[in-house]
Design a binder for this molecule. Structure first.
Ligand code: ADP
Length: 723
C-alpha cells in the first residue's frame, strides 16, 4: 500500500473512534508525504478527510470555528480540483454539509443546486451519488421535511445495495433513517433501523453511532411501556457518549433517563437529570427540547405540590414557546399554567390562559393539548360554579382523553363529574361517576404501583452495578497503593544496599592496611626485642598475631562477599568436572593430611560462570572437610542428577551434621554454630554461596542430621535464560 493510503486508512479509523488528535496527526503526516510525491487526487482526498475531522469536532463542541477550518480545507482541495468532474463533487457535497452544520441554509442549497444541475455527472459515480442523496436527506431533515428526507435516504440505500458500497455508508444511512423516524414518532421503524445501526456501529467501532442505535431502541422500548429495558439502553448510551465526550448524546441520554424516571414516579431522580441538562447542556440541545424539559420539570413540581416552582418553569417555557412560535408547546404550556393557577385558586386568571390555549388549538389538530385544555376549562367552570359549562367541557375532555389513552385526564374528568352531580343533588349520577372514577383510579393506582416496582428494580440494578464498580475500583486502588509501596520500599532497599555495600567495601578494604601495619610492627618488635622478652610476652605476641590473621581473613571474606559476582562472565561453557578437580587440587594437602575419602560422579558441562561455580564448590567442599568428626577421616561424595530443567549437584559428608532447628541460620552472614577454637571460620562462606546461587538463578538447600553428616545440594539451570 502507498504510505499515504495507509496513513489515510488509519486516520479514518481514528476518526471513526472519535480520537480527533490521533486522526488529525495521521492525516497531517499523510498530507506532508502526499505534497512531496502523490497525485492531486490523493492530496484532495486527504484535505477532504481533514475537513471531515473538523466538521465532526465542530458538531461535538458546538463550535463554528471548526466548521470554518473545515471550509478552509475544502477550498484548498478545490484548488487541486477546479474542474467540475469526479472528485470535485465529493468536495462540494462536503462543503454543502458544512454549511448545513453552520446552519447557512442558503449557501448549502446553492451548492446542492449546482450538484443537481450536473446530476448526470454525479450519477456516474455511485459513491458520490450516495453521498449527495444523503446530504439531501439531511437538508430536508433540517427543514422538517421528513417525507423527502426519508425518500432520499431510501434511494441511497438502493444505490448502496446495487453497487456494494460498503458498511460505512450503510451505517450512515441507517442512522440517518433512525433520526428521521424518531422525529416522526414511527417507533417500529425506529426499532428496525436502530437495531441495524447498533449492530453495524459495533462492527465498525463507531461509538457515536452506537449511541444512536442504543438511544433509538430505548425510545422504542419506552413507547411500548417497557421502561426497564428502555432505561438499560439509555444508560448504556449515556456511558458511551460520556466516554467519547459526545455532549449531544450525554444530554439526550440524561433527558431520556429523566423522562423514564418521571414515568416511574421517581420525581427526584427525574428532576436531577433535567436540571443537569438545563444547567450544563442548554447550548447542546435544540430549543424545542429545552422547552419540553422545562414543561416536564414544571409538571413534576406541580404534581408534588410545589406550585411556585412549577409556575416558574412554566413561565420560562411560555416565553420561549412564544418567541419560537412553537404552537404545540405553546398550547401545552398555556394549559399547564392555567392548571397551576386553578390549583392556586386564581380561577379568573386560569380561565384567561385556558382560553388563549383553546384559541390556538382550534386552529391546529393538536389532540393531546385539546383534551388537557377541555378538562382544565371544565374544572375552572366547576370551581366558578357554572356547572353546565363545566359538564360540557369535561364531557368533551373525557371522550377525547379516552381516544388518546390519556388516563390521568380521563380520571380527573370522572372525579369532577361526580363532584358536580353531588353538588347538584343528583346522587344517583354522582354515585355512577364515583364508581367509574374509583375503578379507573384503582387501575391507575395498580399501574402506578407496578411502575414503582420497576423503578425499585432499576435502582437495585444500578446499586448492584455501582457496588461492583466500587469494589473493583477499591481493589484496583488497593493494588496500586500496594505496588507503589513496594516500589518505594524497593527503592529504599536499593539505596540501603548500596550504602551497605559501600560501607563494607570501604571497611574491609581500608582496614586491611592498618591491620597489616599492626601485624608487621608486632613482628618487628618481636624480632628486635626477642632477647628482652619473657615467656608471657611471647604468648601475648602470639595472641596479637592470631588476632591479626583472623581479622585479615574476616576482612578478605567480607570483601569477597560484597564483591561476589561483580564484573563476571555469565555465559561461558563450564565443565563441572574441571571445576571440581581444580577445587580438590586446592585442598590436596588437607585431603592427604586427613586421609579424606572423596567419591565423585561424572558431572555435566553447563552454561554458567566458572569463577562463581568454583567459589561455590570451594566453600562447600571446604566445609565438608572442616566439619568432620574428630578422629575419623572425612568422607565426601559428590553426585549429580537431573530434574525439571536443572542439574542437582549434591555434596554429602559424614561429618558432625547440623541440628534441625539450626538449618536456616547457617546461611545468614556471620552465623556459626561452633566456637572458633573448635572449628575455624568467619561465618561468611555460606552467605557467599547464597549470593552466588541467586546470581546463577539456581537453588541451594541442605539436609542434615546431627552426628550423621550433611548433604548440601546445588541446583543449576540447564538452560539459563537470564543470568
Ligand atoms: P564458616 O564455615 O566460616 O563457619 P559458613 O557460612 O561456611 O561459615 O558456615 C556457617 C556454619 O554452618 C558453620 O559455622 C557450621 O556451623 C555450619 N556448617 C556449614 N557446613 C557444614 C557442614 N558440612 N557440616 C556441618 N556444619 C556445617
Amino acid at each position: 500500500m502507498v504510505p499515504t493510503i495507509k496513513d489515510l486508512a488509519e486516520a479514518e479509523i481514528s476518526l471513526c473512534q472519535r480520537k480527533f488528535t490521533d486522526s488529525l496527526d495521521l492525516a497531517n503526516s499523510a498530507l506532508e508525504k502526499a505534497l512531496e510525491s502523490d497525485g492531486i487526487e490523493s492530496k484532495a482526498r486527504i484535505l477532504l478527510l481533514m475537513s471531515r475531522i473538523f466538521n465532526t469536532q465542530g458538531r461535538y463542541n458546538y463550535d463554528c470555528d471548526f466548521h470554518d477550518k473545515s471550509l478552509a480545507y475544502l477550498n484548498a482541495a478545490l484548488r487541486f480540483f477546479p474542474e467540475k468532474k469526479g472528485f470535485y463533487w465529493d468536495i462540494q457535497i462536503e462543503k454543502g454539509l458544512t454549511y448545513l452544520h453552520k446552519e447557512y441554509f442558503g449557501d448549502a442549497i446553492a451548492i446542492f443546486e449546482e450538484c443537481q444541475n450536473s446530476i448526470e455527472e454525479i450519477e456516474n459515480i455511485p459513491c458520490t451519488q450516495a453521498k449527495f442523496l444523503l446530504a439531501l436527506s439531511e437538508l430536508h431533515y433540517q427543514k422538517n421535511e421528513y417525507d423527502e428526507s426519508i425518500d432520499n435516504a431510501s434511494k441511497t440505500l438502493e444505490i448502496a445495495g446495487e453497487n456494494e458500497l460498503g458498511d460505512k455508508l450503510y451505517l450512515e444511512i441507517y442512522s440517518q433513517l433512525v433520526k428521521v423516524y424518531l422525529r416522526r414518532h414511527e417507533y417500529t421503524k425506529v426499532l428496525e433501523y436502530g437495531n441495524l445501526t447498533l449492530e453495524l456501529s459495533k462492527k465498525l467501532e463507531d461509538k457515536e453511532k452506537e449511541y444512536i442505535g442504543l438511544n433509538a431502541i430505548g425510545v422504542y422500548n419506552a413507547s411500548q411501556n417497557d421502561f426497564k429495558t428502555a432505561m438499560f439502553n439509555f444508560m448504556n448510551g449515556y456511558d458511551i457518549s460520556s466516554k467519547i465526550n459526545f455532549k449531544y448524546g450525554v444530554a439526550h441520554s440524561l433527558i431520556n433517563i429523566g423522562t423514564i424516571y418521571a414515568k416511574l414516579f421517581n420525581y427526584n431522580e427525574a428532576l436531577e437529570r433535567y436540571n443537569i441538562v438545563l444547567d450544563n447542556y442548554e447550548n447542546v440541545i435544540d430549543d424545542s427540547t429545552v422547552l419540553t424539559i422545562m414543561n416536564n420539570a414544571g409538571n413534576i413540581y406541580f404534581v408534588v405540590g410545589d406550585l411556585e416552582k412549577a409556575m416558574d418553569y412554566f413561565e420560562r417555557a411560555l416565553s420561549m414557546a412564544r418567541e419560537m412560535n412553537y404552537t404545540k408547546m405553546l398550547v401545552h404550556t398555556l394549559s399547564q399554567i392555567s392548571g397551576t393557577l386553578l390549583a392556586q385558586g386564581k380561577y379568573r386568571e386560569a380561565l384567561k390562559y385556558a382560553f388563549e390555549s383553546e384559541e390556538i388549538i382550534e386552529k391546529t389538530s393538536n389532540l393531546e393539548g385539546k383534551q388537557t385544555n377541555y378538562i382544565t376549562l371544565g374544572n375552572i367552570y366547576y370551581k366558578l360554579g357554572d356547572f353546565d359549562l363545566a359538564m360540557k367541557y369535561i364531557g368533551k375532555g373525557i371522550i377525547g382523553s379516552k381516544q388518546i389513552k390519556d388516563t390521568a385526564n380521563e380520571i380527573k374528568g370522572y372525579r369532577i363529574m361526580s363532584n358536580i352531580f353531588q353538588e347538584k343533588g343528583d346522587y344517583k349520577k354522582a354515585l355512577e361517576y364515583q364508581l367509574i372514577y374509583s375503578q379507573a383510579q384503582e387501575n391507575y393506582a395498580i399501574d402506578q404501583r407496578n411502575r414503582q416496582i420497576i423503578d425499585i428494580e432499576i435502582q437495585y440494578d444500578i446499586q448492584k452495578k455501582e457496588q461492583e464498580i466500587k469494589l473493583l475500583t477499591k481493589f484496583q486502588n488497593e493494588l496500586i497503593r500496594k505496588n507503589n509501596k513496594i516500589a518505594e520500599q524497593n527503592e529504599q532497599l536499593k539505596v540501603a544496599n548500596e550504602n551497605l555495600k559501600q560501607f563494607t567495601y570501604v571497611v574491609s578494604h581500608d582496614l586491611n592496611e592498618p591491620l597489616r601495619m599492626i601485624g608487621s610492627y608486632s613482628n618487628m618488635i618481636q624480632k628486635r626485642y626477642a632477647d628482652q622478652l619473657d615467656e608471657s610476652s611471647e604468648e601475648f605476641f602470639a595472641y596479637v598475631n592470631t588476632g591479626v590473621t583472623r581479622m585479615s581473613k574476616l576482612l578478605k571474606d567480607l570483601l569477597k562477599y560484597t564483591t561476589v559476582g561483580e564484573n563476571m562472565e555469565w555465559r561461558e561453557t563450564v565443565n563441572l568436572n574441571d571445576v571440581l578437580d581444580g577445587t580438590l587440587l586446592n585442598f590436596a594437602l588437607k585431603i592427604s593430611e586427613s586421609n579424606a575419602l572423596i567419591k565423585k560422579q561424572d558431572l555435566p558441562t553447563i552454561v554458567s560462570s566458572e569463577s562463581l561455580v568454583s567459589q561455590l564448590f570451594q566453600n562447600l567442599i571446604g566445609n565438608a572437610l572442616k566439619f568432620n568428626k574428630p578422629g575419623t577421616p572425612p568422607e565426601i561424595s559428590i553426585s549429580c542428577e537431573q530434574e525439571e530443567g536443572k542439574y542437582l549437584i549434591s555434596f554429602r559428608d559424614r561429618g558432625i551434621g547440623i541440628p534441625q532447628d539450626e538449618l536456616d541460620r547457617i546461611f545468614v552472614i556471620f552465623q556459626r554454630l561452633h566456637k572458633r577454637s573448635d572449628y575455624q571460620g568467619t561465618g561468611i562462606g555460606l552467605s557467599i554461596c547464597m549470593k552466588i546461587i541467586k546470581k546463577l538463578k539456581g537453588t541451594l538447600s541442605v539436609q542434615s542430621e546431627e552426628g550423621q553428616g550433611s548433604i548440601f545440594t546445588v541446583g543449576l539451570p540447564i538452560n539459563p535464560t537470564m543470568i
